[in-house]
Write a protein that binds this ligand. Structure first.
Ligand SMILES: [Zn+2]
Length: 304
């Protein structure tokens, strides 16, 4: 139980560094799971059983009925790369002072890979010098994982599956596709984490939570059904992560950074109107439906 205490402690310090919260990731996975071909679903269900955390994290509180258990594991899998941010078995390879942890059989490495969750397309609306994110990042890693999963041995393919589920979802949160550079914020805002909306609230966390915070199965199923009904699958489903990032970047400009060049501060947080949050919720619903369709399309394609 020890690392759950660590997760709680970490959440208290950094409430905003996740992508979609657990709710968003689970809804995307639920939409995708319903759309897997019978063959891809059998393959996915089998791969998850090869993951070292299958019996623990992936099936915690899961139903015993085999089909319901497999679906529950697929939903939990989408959340796993966030879960390990507070898991003492893993270490943060982006910190110079971090100490590598011991390799556990079944994992390719024990890195938290916190920089795989996003790609910071630079946005410099007031002419500030745009920054640049070196790989590894979502744009380098997600295409690599998608290529690798079809031919990797089962242990590695299981690891890849969790990351594909997660990064694919994250990239449909527009703020995972951008960093805004301003003359007043020359190092960038880290996908809206640097736009302060209040005590432990910022622009990134507003968007992360735009699908709600309820992880009950009833809520997930209801949200998924409503999102799918409101946003039916397009005839052609885009499977190229680079295109997803371009769309997220375009949404950042048209729907996210619509409040001007302010960044807020601890002393003077930025206030956004209720209509801003309502629009974020509308965009999130459309993006979550799309993410579900695209995740299914990628897995159906790669797990033939
Ligand atoms: Zn993430």
């Amino acid at each position: 139980m020890r690392f759950f205490g660590l997760i709680a402690a970490w959440l208290a310090i950094l409430p905003s560094a996740f992508g979609w919260n657990a709710t968003g990731h689970r809804i995307i996975a639920a939409i995708a799971y319903d759309r897997l071909t019978p063959h891809a679903r059998i393959r996915v269900d089998d791969l998850l059983k090869h993951h070292p955390d299958y019996a623990t994290i992936l099936t915690r509180n899961a139903p015993t009925d085999p089909a319901a258990r497999a679906r529950a594991a697929f939903l939990a899998a989408a959340e796993w790369p966030d879960t390990i941010k507070g898991d003492a078995r893993f270490w943060d390879d982006t910190r110079a002072d971090a100490h590598p942890t011991d390799l556990i059989p079944g994992f390719p490495d024990m890195k938290r890979h916190t920089n795989w969750h996003y790609y910071d397309t630079p946005y410099a609306p007031d002419g500030a010098a745009p920054g640049h994110q070196d790989p590894p990042h979502a744009l380098s890693e997600l295409p690599r994982l998608i290529r690798e999963i079809s031919k990797a041995p089962d242990d590695l393919a299981a690891y890849d599956l969790l990351w594909i589920e997660h990064i694919e979802g994250d990239l449909h949160q527009p703020l995972h596709c951008v960093s805004r550079f301003l003359k007043s914020q020359p190092k960038g805002d880290a996908g809206g984490n640097g736009v302060i909306l209040g005590e432990r609230r910022n622009l990134h966390s507003l968007w992360d939570g735009a699908a709600g915070n309820d992880i009950s199965d009833a809520y997930i199923a209801k949200y998924a059904a409503e999102a799918v009904a409101a946003h039916p699958a397009p005839r052609r489903i885009e499977k190229n992560p680079k295109k997803w990032i371009e769309e997220g970047f375009a949404l950042s400009k048209s729907e996210v950074y619509t409040f001007g060049l302010e960044t807020g501060s601890r002393e003077h947080p930025l206030t956004l109107p209720a209509s801003y949050t309502e629009n974020a919720q509308r965009i999130a619903q459309a993006q979550i439906a799309l993410a579900g369709y695209r995740l299914a399309a990628v897995l159906n394609d790669r797990l033939k």
